[in-house]
Design a protein around this ligand. Structure first.
Ligand SMILES: C[S@@+](CC[C@H](N)C(=O)[O-])C[C@H]1O[C@@H](n2cnc3c(N)ncnc32)[C@H](O)[C@@H]1O
Length: 282
């Protein structure tokens, strides 16, 4: 009977893409969120590959079942803070692996990494609390493969204080949305014309960050490309080098760029540092 129902749903949904068809079959709420169209764009080329995919948050296992059908040749790993009854949720399949633990528990996540080594795709659909989303990213990002995708669902919780977000201070709160907004600077860190810039953890390690309605995609990859405008975060040093080499007027450009412009940059640095101190932004 169940088989007939599955075939019936597949025929009914035949105008949908593969992922949508499968999503309807398991009635995942990722359809109502509008996530499957976005996922399809990223995943259709990967569908038949042999991947290691981790999803944080299992609940009824609907998404694990969907990924298990869609990525037939991949390992689908699910983690959840609560115990999951595999029989009841029909998750006892060859390509599904389930573990119990918290997404922000370092010891537990380290064990998961030890077991699976690296991931091609990580989806965070767990607690959606700012502290957990940021902690799991910190713990799991190193185990994401080069060119791998880290996806955060339901980022609307950033705008809701009942979920540890902050709707009253959109730009400067410690919400997970702000964490990912700030991460975009790591894409361009080589261009930052601040000679006192201190390199950040993810600088050069991310090639793309895409924001969708309630969803963020981060692509890992080598992004250490040197700037064409600045040398070691200094515009003055680049200009001095460029102009003095081109014209041979070393002294003139030394005074202009290495003394005058450097003093101007230093003044701006001091003023901005004071501003940040006064506003408690350091
Ligand atoms: C939105 S549901 C997951 C839905 C599932 N991914 C799907 O699409 O069918 C969120 C799940 O995250 C789990 N969860 C909550 N806090 C967690 C934590 N700290 N670590 C891991 N899982 C957590 C909850 O138990 C719940 O099952």
């Amino acid at each position: 009977m169940e088989k007939i129902f599955r075939v019936y749903i597949l025929i009914l949904m035949s105008e949908h893409s593969d992922l949508k068809k499968i999503g309807h079959l398991y009635q995942t709420d990722k359809i109502d969120h509008g996530y499957l169209e976005i996922y399809e764009n990223y995943f259709n080329k990967l569908q038949n590959k042999n991947l290691t995919i981790l999803e944080i948050g299992i609940a009824d296992g609907k998404s694990l079942l969907m990924w298990s059908d869609y990525f037939k040749n991949s390992k689908i790993i699910g983690i959840d803070i609560h115990k999951i009854n595999l029989e009841k949720k029909k998750l006892n399949r060859k390509n599904i692996f389930v573990h119990q633990g918290s997404q922000s528990d370092k010891k537990f996540i380290d064990e998961i990494i030890k077991e699976y080594t690296e991931f091609d795709i990580i989806i965070d659909d767990g607690s959606h609390l700012a502290k957990d989303v940021k902690k799991s990213f910190e713990l799991l990002f190193p185990s994401l493969k080069e060119n791998g995708l880290y996806i955060i669902e339901d980022i609307q919780t950033s705008y809701n204080h009942f979920f540890g977000g902050n709707p009253f201070d959109l730009k400067y709160s410690n919400s997970h949305m702000n964490f990912f907004k700030q991460l975009t600077d790591s894409l361009n860190y080589q261009e930052i014309a601040n000679p006192f810039y201190i390199e950040k953890k993810y600088d050069g390690k991310i090639t793309n960050i895409s924001f969708y309605h309630n969803m963020v995609f981060v692509r890992k990859g080598n992004n250490y490309k040197l700037s064409r405008e600045v040398i070691k975060h200094s515009y003055e040093d680049m200009k001095f080098l460029e102009k003095s080499e081109r014209t041979g007027k070393k002294l003139q450009y030394f005074v202009k760029y290495k003394i005058f412009y450097k003093l101007y940059t230093l003044l701006l640095f001091v003023l901005n540092t004071l501003k940040k101190l006064i506003l408690f932004r350091i």
